[in-house]
Design a protein around this ligand. Structure first.
Ligand code: SF4
Ligand code: SF4
Length: 281
C-alpha cells in the first residue's frame, strides 16, 4: 500500500527525496519485473542519473544531429531528464562472444529489456504522479529515421548528459558497469539535482590509446581504422549503414522473436563490456 504523502518544508528536501525514490524504484523494479515475467535475461543492478532539461549539451546534440528533439519538445514544462542503465548479467554478455550471428540470449536480452523499459516507464509515471510530477517516458527504440539512421532521441547521448558514462570508440556509452545493457530515459517537470559527469574518459583508447579491441571485434567493416591512419593519429570510421545491414541480417535470422535488429559483437569480449575499464587497468 502506498504511504500517504508528506508535506515538505523546503523544495530541496522534496527534490532530494524524489531523486532517491526514482533510483530506488528503478533498482527494485528490474529484478521484480524479471522474476514476474520469468525473463530469460539476467540483470545486474541498474544505475540512474539526472540532467537538467536546459543543459546546453542538449543544444550541442541537436547541432550535430538535426531532427533530434529537446526535452521540452517531448514534455511541455520539462525541467529534468532521468536516465538509467540496465546492465546485462555476465552470462548474457558471454553468450555473444562467438560467431558472426548474435546469440539467441542476446536477442532475448534486447527484446525482453525493451518490454521492461516500456513497463518501467509506465510504472515510474504512476509512482511519480503521487508526487504531482508529470513525466514522459521515451520508447526504448525504433523511433528513428530509416534513411539517415538517426533517432529523434538518443538515449546514449541523454545518458552522457546525465553523467552515466563516456563514449567509447564503438560509439556506445561506457558506464561504471560497462556498455552491455540497455539505456532508458524519461522527462519530468520537476527540478532534480544533475548528476556530476565523469571528469575523465572511460574508453582506454581515448584515455591512453591502449586498446582498440572493439575495432578488432567488428568483422563486418562497419567499425574500423581509416585507410592511411598511422599510430599517433588514429582516425576511426563508423559506417552506420553497414552496421544496420548486419543488424537486419540478425533480425531476419531471428524473425520469429520480434524485431531484433542488433549485433553487439563490438561490445562483448572487450575490456569495457561489464566494467569501467579504467578502474581495471
Ligand atoms: S573496446 Fe577498448 S577502444 Fe573500444 S570502446 Fe572499449 S575501451 Fe574503448
Ligand atoms: S554492432 Fe556489429 S556491425 Fe555494428 S559496429 Fe558493432 S560489431 Fe560492427
Amino acid at each position: 500500500m502506498r504511504r500517504p504523502l508528506r508535506r515538505f518544508s523546503s523544495t530541496s528536501a522534496l527534490e532530494n527525496r524524489v531523486e532517491r525514490r526514482i533510483a530506488r524504484f528503478v533498482r527494485s523494479f528490474v529484478p521484480a519485473y524479471a522474476a514476474r515475467i520469468g525473463a530469460r535475461t539476467g540483470y545486474r543492478a541498474p544505475r540512474v542519473g539526472f540532467a537538467s532539461a536546459r543543459d546546453p549539451l542538449f543544444d550541442k546534440i541537436i547541432k550535430r544531429q538535426p531532427g533530434h528533439l529537446r526535452p521540452q519538445d517531448l514534455l511541455d514544462g520539462a525541467v529534468s531528464v532521468v536516465c538509467y542503465f540496465i546492465p546485462f548479467a555476465p552470462e548474457v554478455v558471454k553468450s555473444n562472444y562467438d560467431g558472426d550471428r548474435c546469440s539467441i540470449e542476446w536477442v532475448y536480452a534486447y527484446t525482453e529489456t525493451n518490454a521492461l523499459i516500456e513497463e518501467l516507464n509506465r510504472a515510474l509515471e504512476t509512482e511519480l504522479s503521487a508526487f504531482g510530477v508529470r513525466c514522459r517516458g521515451i520508447a526504448p527504440t525504433h523511433d528513428f529515421d530509416r534513411a539517415a539512421l538517426t533517432s529523434r532521441w538518443s538515449h546514449r547521448h541523454a545518458a552522457y548528459v546525465a553523467g552515466l558514462g563516456t563514449f567509447g570508440v564503438h560509439n556506445l556509452l561506457i558506464t561504471e558497469l560497462g556498455c552491455c545493457g540497455r539505456l532508458g530515459s524519461m522527462i519530468v517537470d520537476r527540478q532534480l539535482a544533475p548528476t556530476k559527469r565523469p571528469s575523465f574518459e572511460y574508453c582506454l583508447f581515448y584515455r591512453n590509446e591502449s586498446c582498440l579491441r572493439c575495432v578488432e571485434r567488428c568483422g563486418f567493416e562497419a567499425l574500423g581504422l581509416q585507410d592511411g591512419a598511422v599510430s599517433g593519429e588514429k582516425r576511426f570510421f563508423f559506417d552506420r549503414h553497414r552496421c544496420y545491414e548486419v543488424c537486419l541480417e540478425n533480425a531476419a535470422a531471428y524473425r520469429d522473436m520480434g524485431i531484433a535488429d542488433i549485433c553487439g559483437k563490438c561490445s562483448v569480449k572487450v575490456p569495457c563490456a561489464t566494467v569501467n575499464p579504467v578502474y581495471e587497468e
